[in-house]
Design a protein around this ligand. Structure first.
Ligand code: MSP
Length: 504
């Protein structure tokens, strides 16, 4: 039986204004999901939208429509964005899906019945856009530490989840599972800044607005958005429903991928809820860094971005995917600028990759009518390149296991640069001129084989480009087990993969 791999993105607040920062979580999740499918795993890749809360209620009021009408209208925007970026999710969950709402109520009922949720009253500083309560000391200059906007004092009767009860189990869990939260720096931050100072019980219901899932036994209350939102990872699989086949198959989750600002909900609140439900914990949570413009996180309020689809239509989907995946290295922040997107596309995709494929296939047509036999009579220079190409398979695999996606891509491009150097050093046009056709065939075979393996490895990151390369190489199988095929080539006509983007 295939090994399973369950991967999730956070569910997004529905919006008419997604920016390239939003796309980062989903593009990286897509690359990881595709890579695991490529390794032969049975992958379930979940994404969706987080549709309840005061903010949506307010926006719907402004637009003079019901909250449901409001979200129905803009959820399609997320689906359209993911389509334009070639995102291969298996399921798109909406927190307004009936199946989700019913199960969230059941989860709440269960926690209440067993004493993990109780009725109290809450006074706190609330940031409406972020749906988060803050203590005085967490504010930065009196404003929300996440988005920098105003917070307001809120007091109301609320249900609470006994988060404090799970403090010791959480610390033990972090210590026993060094892999649970990555990068490691985030784990230390969680333990030292949040858990050790003492966890407070968490407010899990609201009475001041009504756009949410009602508490089944007290209809004045709606369920506070994080219990609703986090539960999506199990309701999407049919947990507590009549059909829990997917839940039995895929839970526990192999990887929750989240931006660093929501790590504390995923690494503290979510495990505590799962402990209360007596369910196994996710195997890994990865908190990635932000895409920034200058020093600031790209955010809806920053007004300094275009719709990501603009970049896709101008530069191509793989230019955008490549740039985003390459720019943000393991857990750190990265920078976004159109200038850098253009120069990376030109340098890496058009020059290094595009030219290599184009000139190799052109030479194969020019000197051998498109046909190259499988060769074995290598010189050291050929063996050196081919060895580094085959070693690349393990290099990429190790990096992807550690979620070092940007480094995995870089290592493929290092080899592609070596291929270009190999052409310059072996000067195939001189071999042709001197009539050394046997040697020339080995050189071109070495190049085609290197391109084939690199294109197979690039599939998870820039899938359209890999397909175009397979088409030109005229090879059909692009699976993991085909990596070490020994094949001759009968190539198709060359097609330009990336046109250089000229300065406007
Ligand atoms: N709805 C919550 C998540 C609930 S999960 C149970 C939420 N939604 S969000 O729409 O605000 O964010 C979705 C994802 O986009 C998060 O992973 C967030 O970190 C990511 N990003 C939003 N802006 C970003 C950047 N500028 N850079 C990188 N990722 C960022 O949070």
């Amino acid at each position: 039986m295939k090994e399973k791999f369950y991967i999730t993105t956070p569910i997004y607040y529905p919006s008419a204004n997604f920016h390239i920062g939003h796309c980062y979580t989903t593009i990286i999740a897509d690359a990881i999901a595709r890579y695991n499918r490529f390794k032969g795993k049975d992958v379930f890749f979940l994404t969706g939208t987080d549709e309840h809360g005061q903010k949506i209620e307010n926006k719907a009021k402004e637009a003079n429509v019901s909250p449901k009408e409001y979200v129905d209208e803009i959820v399609s925007n997320a689906k359209d964005l993911w389509k334009s970026l070639n995102i291969s999710y298996d399921k798109f969950i909406r927190t307004t899906d009936k199946e989700h709402e019913v199960i969230v109520q059941r989860i709440f009922d269960k926690l209440y019945e067993q004493g993990d949720i109780y009725l109290g009253s809450y006074e706190g500083l609330y940031c409406t856009p972020c749906e988060s309560f803050w203590t005085e000391s967490q504010l930065v200059d009196g404003k929300c530490p996440d988005c920098g906007r105003d917070v307001s004092l809120v007091k109301e009767e609320s249900y609470f989840f006994r988060l404090s009860k799970y403090q010791d189990r959480l610390i033990k869990m972090f210590n026993d599972n060094p892999e649970f939260l990555q990068p490691v720096s985030r784990k230390n931050e969680m333990i030292n800044n949040f858990i050790k100072p003492g966890l407070e019980d968490l407010c899990v219901s609201r009475t001041s607005f009504s756009w949410g899932i009602p508490v089944s036994f007290n209809l004045k209350h709606v369920i506070y958005v994080w219990i609703d939102a986090l539960s999506n990872y199990i309701t999407a699989l049919g947990y507590m429903s009549d059909n829990d086949t997917l839940f039995k198959k895929y839970w526990p989750c192999d990887l929750h991928l989240v931006g660093k600002e929501i790590v504390r909900f995923h690494a503290i609140v979510w495990p505590a809820l799962l402990m209360a439900l007596d369910l196994p914990l996710p195997k890994r949570i990865f908190g990635h860094g932000w895409l920034k413009i200058g020093d600031a996180k790209i955010s809806k309020s920053s007004n300094n971005y275009q719709d990501p689809r603009t970049y896709v239509s101008q530069y191509g989907v793989d230019a955008v995917r490549y740039y985003v995946l390459k720019e943000v290295s393991f857990g750190n922040d990265g920078n976004f600028s159109v200038e850098a997107l253009v120069s990376r596309t030109n340098a890496d995709l058009a020059n290094t990759l595009g030219n290599l494929v184009n000139r190799t296939i052109t030479m194969v047509h020019k000197y051998f009518d498109g046909k190259i036999n499988y060769c074995t009579n290598y010189l050291d220079t050929d063996t050196k390149l081919l060895n580094s190409v085959y070693e690349l398979v393990d290099v990429v695999d190790n990096k992807m296991e550690e979620l070092r996606v940007s480094e995995a891509i870089s290592s493929i491009f290092d080899v592609l640069r070596d291929c270009n150097k190999y052409i310059d050093e072996n000067t195939p046009w001189v071999l042709a001129k001197e009539g050394k056709m046997e040697r020339l065939e080995v050189v071109l075979y070495t190049l085609l084989e290197s391109i084939r393996v690199c294109a197979i490895l690039l599939q998870s990151f820039i899938p359209d480009t890999s397909s175009k390369i397979f088409e030109q190489l005229n090879v059909k199988d692009s699976k993991y087990e085909n990596l070490k095929d020994k094949v001759g080539f009968s190539v198709n006509q060359p097609v330009v993969l990336f046109k250089r983007i000229e300065d406007k």
